[in-house]
Design a protein around this ligand. Structure first.
Ligand code: FEO
Length: 398
């Protein structure tokens, strides 16, 4: 438990056990599930936490209110990392009412068997008084699910933002941000956004516009630090990510069976390094534990959202694209990635298909195809695949 203000208490938990968020995304630095308790004439809980933290969560609550009652549980978002303990809370506090919007109701019934008489349905902009302060609700559909809303506490200029402005990474005992906290979390915030929310750029833009008239001095997200010192940087990063804005640089993503496409990828990286071009290199073959950064496709998506150019290496496999690379391309499609420069390369043995197929997919996404010449037979050599020429294309110097 950490007291943020006289009214607001942080009662979330750090998860350092889970290895894959949503069963997919590596968590080398853990993740926090944030929940908040607001103490006023009435007491309100904002969201709960994931299964497995029942004792810690109850202990955090009782350290705030002892055996006192909770009047409301605000459910901003129903994904189970925040809603898993709803049944437990309803049982422990039999007079408690859930505050949620109409889209949340079927999910409350389906996940927890909640009866309607325990739910107060709120509309866009509606307020509920807690005594000296009030909670106001704004719908934020698809940030990250259709039922998502955010809660505004005007008397404290505080926004309980759900997944918006969230990040992977465990947080300190004092969860409030300091001057350097944004720099510490920037990569994990970009990775979280690209992995989890990346498909929903337009809804994030709509939410940012809706919230732009609020004088926000504190953001209490469901994951990561509480933002106060770094609000401008955090909102600016989410704004740029949801606009699909990038910086100059190359995200090299490759998979390789016997090392020939891998050698080409590493030679490309070396050439970019020599030219002073920012780049990232992601190997998607094998599994997360066999790779250097342990991030796989999760890290590749992070850098796709960072850089303006994507170079994808795949050998021809069964007359198609190497499967992990095909999965990566589908992940780009699912996230509606646009405005990227694209270059494909890769080895084949008797008939080349991967480069042609990759360029075909990239064309459908609307990417700018830099060249169709990255295919080379059998072993890699600079005679078969002109690395310097490819690096110049990727750098945008031609
Ligand atoms: Fe952190 Fe969409 O749940």
């Amino acid at each position: 438990m950490y007291k943020i203000s006289e009214r607001i208490h942080y009662i979330g938990v750090n998860d350092e056990q889970k290895t894959l968020f949503e069963g997919l995304w590596p968590l080398p630095h853990g993740v926090s599930y944030n929940s908040y308790l607001i103490k006023d004439e009435k007491t309100a809980l904002i969201d709960t936490v994931e299964h497995g933290f029942e004792d810690e969560f109850i202990s955090n609550i009782t350290s705030c209110i002892n055996d006192g009652n909770i009047d409301y549980l605000v459910v901003n978002h129903m994904e189970p990392d925040h809603s898993s303990l709803i049944s437990m809370i309803l049982e422990r506090y039999p007079d408690l009412k859930i505050i949620a919007n109409a889209k949340t109701l079927p999910m409350l019934k389906g996940y927890h068997g909640v009866s309607e008489d325990r739910v107060k349905i709120v509309q866009e902009g509606e307020s509920v008084s807690l005594g000296s302060c009030s909670l106001q609700f704004f719908m934020a559909p698809m940030v990250h699910w259709p039922e998502t809303m955010v809660t505004w506490l005007p008397e404290e200029n505080t926004l309980f933002s759900g997944d918006a402005f969230g990040t992977f990474g465990k947080i300190a005992q004092d969860p409030t941000d300091k001057a350097g906290t944004f720099d510490e979390f920037e990569n994990e915030m970009r990775r979280y956004y690209s992995n989890i929310v990346g498909k929903y750029g337009n809804p994030v833009q709509s939410a940012l516009k809706k919230l732009s008239s609020l004088e926000i001095k504190r953001i209490c997200s469901t994951h990561g630090p509480i933002w106060a010192e770094n609000i401008d940087k955090v909102v600016s990063l989410y704004d740029r990510l949801s606009r699909y804005e990038t910086e100059k640089g190359v995200c090299i993503v490759y998979g390789s069976m016997y090392g020939n496409t891998a050698t080409a990828a590493k030679e490309l990286a070396k050439a970019l390094e020599n030219m002073g071009v920012p780049y990232a290199l992601h190997d998607l073959a094998g599994n997360d534990s066999s790779r250097e950064d342990g991030l796989g496709i999760s890290g590749a998506l992070m850098d796709v959202f960072k850089y303006d150019t994507i170079a994808v290496g795949s050998p021809t496999y069964n007359n198609g694209i190497f499967p992990p690379i095909e999965t990566f391309m589908k992940a780009l499609s699912a996230r509606l990635i646009k405005n990227r420069r694209f270059f494909a390369f890769g080895s084949y043995t008797w008939a080349g298909a991967s480069v042609r197929l990759l360029n075909g997919m990239a064309s459908e996404f609307g990417f700018e195809i830099l060249s169709d010449g990255g295919s080379f037979p059998q072993a890699f050599s600079k005679e078969k695949f002109n690395i310097e020429e490819a690096a110049v294309l990727l750098a945008g110097n031609k």
